[in-house]
Design a protein around this ligand. Structure first.
Ligand SMILES: Nc1ncnc2c1ncn2[C@@H]1O[C@H](COP(=O)(O)OP(=O)(O)OP(=O)(O)O)[C@@H](O)[C@H]1O
Length: 634
């Protein structure tokens, strides 16, 4: 975990506090409003006990004169009945004022918390998006969603409930403490006796509960990941008849979550009874000592005197003293959750993406469109997938990339838009290392159509426009026509306005591929990568798309990965990859004449299996068994 924030400043201190100070900008006034309302509200809330005690002594027993702090003497009636009405008026005013202030308090704190939550979530999402592709493949979607949802929400909960409660507690304890000391310092000391015990108990609680909350948090991440995976894979679950199996897996994850939750709950629920017990004992001691003093006794040699009214006030306050302490339990509980959540959110926010703009990166403006792979080596894990690839491609050329499955074709071309960075060597466009130009300019210059394109939930037109957001309707339609998608789009229920993607009309693989091609044609990039871009369309449609793709590719550097070799037979150049290396490099005709791997792959496709050399078949079998083994391991 990096210890530097997005602004580059050293990140120290408490993670929850740091996140709040980072994200409270522009919202602090709501917290100030909440704090002021809490303070005034608390002052009003403490008034009744004072007034009741005063009424007992002044109105009923005549033990002291009726006087209230901050209230001019001429406002106070002189008769006991008048003073009683006055007391009731003060109580009512305090109640009404308290209700209004309580509303303002909740509003201020809630707006503050919600606004901070919004900024935090947006930033966390932006930070997540900036992470390199490998970050996502190493983590489960459910886990990432948990950070953006559960963790950000836990931080908001503490802000909304915890922080306001802290102010409330401080105001209550401070206010009551001051009044009690004013009434009787010795009895106050007795009333405060439980506080060190409560502090110790709370400390112990946090020590024990913290790891348990962390465990709960991990279990919920597992459960979310499992649920997300099961829902996404529903088609496979159904076709494989694996519903029971999946339910069992969800049950197992739920069981682990239940166990972790119960372990945390067992600790959590001992906290409040413990607090109550300690503060109850303290309250009993206060009541006993104060009561004996009112009766004129001197218990345990402790001398003191108290009027009945002051005793009433004392007892009410001493009892009210329990509430902040109990609420403190909630605050500590919320805080513990917020802290574990904060660590995860902070880890994401402060993580430097492995693939990012270098400090002196400048925009790439493609002129010739040459692409060079210079001694490029790359591994996802320990084993190299691309080994020492050296290829120089002329600007405007169309290069076919072929080879057996798993040879590294897609991986090699993913290094060009920096979906991954080469471990060794360099990838250059127009002679510039792709790591020296801005990611935005690089990716704007490169169009990438994958085998299984993703459609966002939205209209067909929105999906084509994705990435070229300012394109006009006419441009969107023209791109769709060029990609041979116009006709099927017109036949959809709402044409270009038909909703597709998740929850929308389901499109076939070939239809999705054509939308992705239209998307890329609209983007009009200088360099084009077609990764099995037409593998899912029927041969007839493919022939039509090929014609327009060829026209599209004519004036830009194009890489075409294809298993159907007929797709690339007209390419200017064909690279044959095997086990991460370029093993052959030439034109379709030239490579056939070489009679190597390419020629054998071609024989397979034209159905001339009989003339394949035995070594090729042995190698193919060997490869299949490696893939099968990898699949099992994976
Ligand atoms: N995200 C990833 N993480 C780890 N390994 C990966 C990842 N993507 C691909 N691989 C592995 O890298 C190797 C090359 O994969 P790649 O997809 O580049 O091959 P390919 O030649 O394009 O294959 P195909 O023709 O089947 O698409 C394979 O062994 C594959 O399992």
């Amino acid at each position: 975990m990096s210890d530097r924030g997005p602004d580059g400043a050293l990140r120290t201190g408490n993670v929850v506090w740091r996140l709040y100070t980072d994200y409270a900008d522009g919202s602090r006034r709501y917290a100030v409003l909440g704090t002021v309302a809490t303070l005034i509200g608390r002052a009003l809330g403490l008034l009744p006990a004072l007034v009741i005690g005063l009424a007992v002594d002044a109105v009923f027993l005549g033990e002291r004169a009726y006087a209230l702090p901050l209230v001019p003497a001429e406002l106070i009636p002189s008769t006991p009945t008048g003073q009683l009405y006055f007391s009731i008026t003060v109580l009512l005013a305090a109640t009404v004022g308290g209700a209004v202030l309580s509303w303002i308090e909740d509003w201020g704190w809630s707006v503050f918390a919600q606004r901070v939550q919004r900024s935090l979530r947006v930033d966390a999402y932006a930070a997540l998006q900036d992470q390199e592709l490998a970050y996502f493949t190493r983590r489960r979607t459910g886990d990432l969603m948990s950070v953006l949802n559960n963790d950000v929400n836990a931080l908001q909960t503490f802000l909304e409930d915890g922080l306001s409660a802290t102010v409330w507690i401080l105001a209550t304890v401070g206010g009551i403490g001051l009044i009690l000391v004013g009434l009787n310092p010795t009895l106050t000391a007795v009333a405060l006796l439980p506080i060190p015990a409560l502090a110790l108990f709370t400390l112990l609680f946090t020590r024990v509960v913290e790891p348990r909350y962390l465990a709960v948090r991990e279990e919920i991440g597992d459960l979310n990941a499992r649920l997300e995976n099961s829902v996404s894979g529903i088609e496979v679950i159904k076709t494989q008849g694996a519903e029971r199996f999946e339910t069992d897996r969800v049950r197992a994850a739920s069981d682990s979550y239940l166990r972790a939750s119960l372990a945390a709950i067992r600790v959590r629920i001992t906290y409040f009874p413990g607090l109550n017990l300690i503060s109850g004992l303290g309250f009993a001691a206060t009541f006993l000592l104060g009561g004996l003093w009112v009766l004129g006794a001197t218990p345990l040699g402790l001398a003191g005197s108290l009027t009945p009214g002051a005793f009433v006030t004392f007892v009410i306050y001493a009892q009210q003293f329990i509430w902040p302490i109990i609420r403190l339990g909630d605050v500590v509980d919320d805080y513990e959750r917020a802290k574990t959540a904060g660590l995860r959110v902070d880890e994401l926010l402060s993580r430097e993406p492995a693939v990012a703009d270098s400090p002196d990166a400048t925009a790439l403006t493609v002129t010739d469109g040459t692409v060079d792979f210079e001694s490029v080596t790359f591994a996802y894990g320990d084993d190299a997938v691309i080994r020492d690839v050296d290829v120089a491609v002329d600007g405007g050329a169309t290069v076919g990339v072929v080879g057996p499955t798993g040879a590294g074709k897609s991986t090699l071309l993913k290094l060009l838009p920096r979906l991954y960075d080469a471990d060794e060597g360099a990838v250059r466009v127009d002679g510039r290392d792709v790591r020296d130009v801005t990611l935005r300019s690089l990716r704007t210059a490169i169009g990438y159509v994958s085998q299984d394109p993703f459609l966002f939930y939205g209209t067909v037109a929105e999906n084509i426009r994705y990435g070229t957001f300012d394109a006009t309707d006419a441009e969107v339609r023209a791109a769709a026509e060029r990609a041979q998608a116009g006709e099927f789009i017109r036949n959809l229920p709402d044409g270009y306005d038909t909703l597709v993607g998740e929850r929308g009309v389901k499109l076939s693989g070939g239809q999705r591929q054509r939308l992705a091609i239209a998307r890329t044609m609209l983007k009009d990039p200088e360099i084009l990568i077609l990764d099995e871009a037409t593998s899912a369309v029927d041969t007839e449609t493919e022939a039509l798309i090929q014609a327009s793709l060829q026209a599209f590719a004519a004036d830009r550097t194009t890489f075409v990965i294809a298993h159907r070799l007929s797709t690339i037979r007209n390419a200017d150049r064909v690279l044959v990859l095997d086990d991460g290396r370029v093993v052959e490099d030439g034109t379709h005709r030239g490579l056939l004449a070489e009679d190597g791997l390419y020629a054998n792959l071609w024989r397979v496709q034209v159905g001339d299996i009989g003339s394949l050399p035995a070594a090729f078949l042995e190698r193919a079998l060997e490869r299949q068994s490696v893939i099968a083994r990898d699949d099992e391991d994976g």
